[in-house]
Design a protein around this ligand. Structure first.
Ligand SMILES: C=C1C[C@]23C[C@@]1(O)CC[C@H]2[C@@]12CCC[C@@](C)(C(=O)O1)[C@H]2[C@@H]3C(=O)O
Ligand code: AKG
Ligand code: FE2
Length: 352
């Protein structure tokens, strides 16, 4: 049984695609390596529209499953309220992430992701697909971050590890709950297709990504995180309550900023739910823009089936007369395709 980390070992990256810029040493001039060609003004006047339109799902609502289905079909995203994650725990994770990203570059590099590694400090994995670098630094965690944390803080890593481990535990429970509601909305309540869901003996594929977008001397020329879809089944995102940055792409509208509702978590459909739902659910394209005066933090929890699990469009999810649009693929093979081909991964398994 291979783990997600083992799958990424087959796709090593060059150090120049791992080491972030020392953002603290950048003055008022943007380094050319980080100036995105053709980038204009990233701001948008759609904020109010967005605030009122992105679906809000109340987990206490008895009809949550049906509401989630509609949100996944029409938007591929929703804001989740009454999710049960304690604000105290979120604050602790925020404090610890802040403590890490505020360290001098040399200290942070002690936790650098290795070329064949999946976890640790570094730039986004999608970096090699773009000619310019993103205004972003991240810390990827899969389970315990102990090995990296103790390199950074030999005597004071415990609170970082505790916060990250507790957060992942709570996120996993929440992701299972949300995934179950989504499967239910596709009329899948039990059986082979979800035998792995909620099982304590089967390793699902999960990762916690701490994202930091430092303040930027010229935010209109920089890209926080380039447009991408997530590889996961679903992603649960906590974003800074005060600084906007996340934008989703809507056909016919363009880039829409997502302003967080107080206390809400943001959920987006990833490639795997798009595949399983036979493209009924949108794996929404999203990106992050940066701020001229303030750092923005976000935490993304990626949730997916075990790496060996073979996924195919679920018959019950298909409307009558519909044919499967994708062929079956093991999670690990899809992760490999994505690592090699990024946006083209889905079209490679698409049935014409
Ligand atoms: C499980 C994972 C999803 C992710 C790659 C990773 O191994 C851990 C980092 C994740 C992340 C976060 C920023 C955006 C993204 C596209 C990237 O480059 O790294 C996602 C990856 C993904 O969804 O494929
Ligand atoms: O920072 C954000 O708001 C989004 C992060 C994201 O898209 C990701 O980690 O995949
Ligand atoms: Fe993402």
């Amino acid at each position: 049984m291979s783990t997600l980390s083992e799958v990424y070992k087959d796709h090593p990256l060059h150090l120049k695609h791992i080491i972030p810029l020392d953002f603290a040493s950048v003055g008022s001039l943007m380094p050319d390596s980080h100036v995105w060609p053709g980038s204009g003004d990233f701001s948008s006047s759609e904020e109010e529209y967005n605030r009122t339109s992105v679906p809000v799902i109340d987990l206490r609502d008895p009809n949550a499953s049906e509401h989630i289905r509609r949100a996944c079909e029409a938007w591929g995203v929703f804001q989740l309220i009454n999710h049960g994650i304690s604000p105290r725990l979120i604050e602790e994770v925020e404090d610890e992430a802040e403590r890490f990203f505020a360290l001098p570059a040399q200290q942070k590099l002690k936790a650098l992701r290795s070329p064949g590694g999946a976890t640790g400090y570094g730039v986004a994995r999608i970096t090699p697909f773009f000619s310019k670098h993103m205004w972003h630094e991240g810390f990827t965690i899969m389970g315990s971050p102990l090995d990296h944390a103790r390199e950074v803080w030999p005597h004071d890593h415990q609170r970082f590890c505790n916060a990250m481990e507790r957060y992942q535990k709570e996120m996993k429970t929440l992701a299972e709950r949300v995934a179950r509601l989504i499967f239910r909305s596709l009329s899948i309540n039990s059986g082979e297709e979800i035998s792995w869901l909620g099982s304590s003996s089967i390793n699902v594929s999960t990762a916690l990504q701490l994202n930091s977008y430092p303040s930027c001397p010229d935010p209109n020329q920089a890209m926080g995180l380039a447009p991408h879809t997530d590889t996961s089944l679903l992603t649960i995102l906590h974003q800074s309550q005060t600084i906007n940055g996340l934008q989703i792409f809507r056909d016919g509208v363009g880039w829409l900023p997502i302003s967080p509702l107080p206390g809400a978590l943001f959920v987006n459909v990833g490639d795997l739910f798009h595949l399983i739902s036979n493209a009924r659910f949108s794996n929404v394209l999203h990106r992050v823009v940066v701020n001229g005066t303030r750092q923005r933090l976000s935490f993304a929890y990626f949730y997916g089936p075990p790496t060996e699990f073979v996924m195919s469009p679920l018959c019950k999810g298909l409307n009558s007369g519909q044919v499967p649009l994708y062929r079956s693929v093991a999670v690990k093979d899809y992760v490999s395709l994505k690592a090699k081909h990024l946006d083209n991964a889905l079209s490679i398994i698409r049935i014409d």
